[in-house]
Design a protein around this ligand. Sequence first.
Ligand code: SF4
Length: 239
Amino acid sequence: MRIEEIFVSLQGETPFAGIPFVFVRLSGCNLRCQYCDTPAALHESPLCRLHFPDGETTLPNPIPLESLRPFLQPFAGYWLSFTGGEPLLQAKEIETFMTLFPHFRFWMETNGTLSHHISSFLLENIEVWSMDIKLPSATTKNLWESHQHFFSSLLKAKTIILKVVLTPTTPIEEMETLWQIFQEWKAQRPDITLVFQPMTHNTHVLTGKAFFWAYEKVLATPDGSLRILPQIHPLLHIP
Ligand code: SF4
């Protein structure tokens, strides 16, 4: 498996923010988002960095998964997030990882575009799918159809959280399209949550027209399916 880094910190996004997680950041991504905050993970690094509370070390990539056992064993029972980059580029390796280290609660952080990489094994064993919605203004690509396929493949997933990053220049027309799609998806999975995540620059949460559009929607939706939540780790100065 090609891994950029493994570290322990707090979940910084979604309604799970503040819970301790082991993060496994896989190398490589099929997108290039304008606001990407993990540029180092877009390419394959020769070394994987491991940062744990009792020290740091590096291992050469690709990592033989068994060599991670001594580092991961103390965290059995924790949530473990596969993040990136785009982790589903290494879906088969993730399945091997989960088989070797079954004592975690698994979370998949994905850009929601690689539907053909979702297997029944992943659907059964991942507890939470955190699926990004990438707006055309963020990627210069129209990914609605790709997201539609991905969501259809996720219908049997245990928990689905959708997340969209709002920048000061996000167009309202894209929010309207998102809203229409969210209504269709919610009709199929009434338990989904949509998190509007205003972009953070250093420690400043940036707002704009799309933020205030989302704010109005959240105020008008009492069932808790909509949230506005900024990333907490830049605000707390933690990784
Ligand atoms: S999908 Fe994620 S890792 Fe890939 S470019 Fe976009 S923000 Fe960066």
